[in-house]
Design a protein around this ligand. Sequence first.
Ligand code: ADP
Length: 476
Amino acid sequence: MTAKSKSILLVLGGPLGPDSAPAQALSRAGYRVSELDSPSGLLQAIEERLPDLVIIPDRLGKERPFDLAAKVRYNHPDLAMILVGKSTTGELLLKGMHNGFVDVLSLPVEDTRLFESVERALAHRQGWERWLHKETGRLTGSLKQQLNELETILKQVDDGVLVLDRSGRLMMANRAVREAFGLAGREIVGLKPEELFDNGELVSALSNDDSASSTHVEIETPDGRCYNLRQTQIPEIGTIASLHDISYLKELDRLKGDFVNTVSHDLRSPLTAILGYVELIERAGDVNKQQAEFIRRVKTSVHATTDLINDLLNLGRLEVGMVKDMQPLQLQVIVGEAVEAVMARVEQKEQTLRMAVDGKVSKVTGSPVQLRQVVDNLIGNAVKYTPRGGEIRVMLREEDGQVILHVADNGPGIPAEDQGQIFDKFYRASNVGKDVQGTGLGLAIVKTVVDHHHGRIWVDSRPGQASIFTVVLPVS
Ligand code: ADP
């Protein structure tokens, strides 16, 4: 270590005056010595002059040397410090060491003692530097390894991942993104989305800088593939987007849609024909009592099969999200129409149907066809399961930004162990008589529709006494 390369900062005060003997001795020995008039500027002076050693006097006016040493140690733990005083008591020595000083000198000090102390302090500093260097190298190495691993994972992952910096320029795009958008082999880092992609939807999704939201859109590429893009803002970094290839799901949806249409046509048409011919039998000539009973059974079975097909088709359409007629609508109108349509059956069973519908409830956003299905199914079930002479109540009201529909009856109720499953496909409660027709799909359809409308549905029932179905939908 050459003295010349080392810089020493002396804080003036107490026993250390300007151009003091130690300052002169150190300068003569070749150290770069600088002095600081006021201890208050010490931290800044350290930042500017980058000393290897600071010499602090034990008297500094208002500032206490140990407080000053604590501040220095907090900001520059690697910096060596020596404390100087007029006389070195055992107590000062102990306190000095305790507070991070490498040595404590009493003035006047012999040059040899001064140099020996300074060299020890500088060696102490060098030890720190070596440790820091080693530790930084170790950390940087492990960071580099982690970065490499992360980069390999991102490169290999099948989903596309791209990151834009805070100014909206590309920082990184993995192999999947490059391949999907024909960017392989191009120098693309630093470009803006509009310079990279032709797809307007993709560009606008990536340019959405609303930090509170995360965008979720479907993007189609020129080669016909479909990607689900999820874009999220990350504070201090920028935008991260992932692209998941959902082409196979789209294809499945299309196949399911085709299947639904085929089934709808191929199964319903022959059933309509069967029903038509069965009706004709009776018109073609007299049938005996037994034949009439067989005809009745055929009709019942055909109706049950038609119901099943219709329910399956409905559910199929709902599950592939084939309904797109969402609009603000008045549920009270739908409820009114559904009640009117069911009244003939209610009268046939000599039941009473009471309506308590608040005509002023706010609009909800929904599909009129689907919501009519919900109301029809719930009221239809109430009429179907409630015995002759029973009572059905339909109530509609608004509360806390929600429209609430209750359909209640004093029928057989639903056993507690079945209540959790009646919304599942094909599930029929254990207390349903064999003669009561049904597919077990009605409530599954109802639940799917309600879920599509961001609503909730549940049942409260006292077996043997009553059932109340409640549907809650958010106001538009
Ligand atoms: P289903 O075609 O059998 O009526 P749903 O899916 O509409 O099919 O109903 C599922 C089951 O829930 C029914 O089979 C019945 O056991 C029970 N259920 C539905 N509504 C009522 C009701 N109002 N009273 C009693 N049980 C009911």
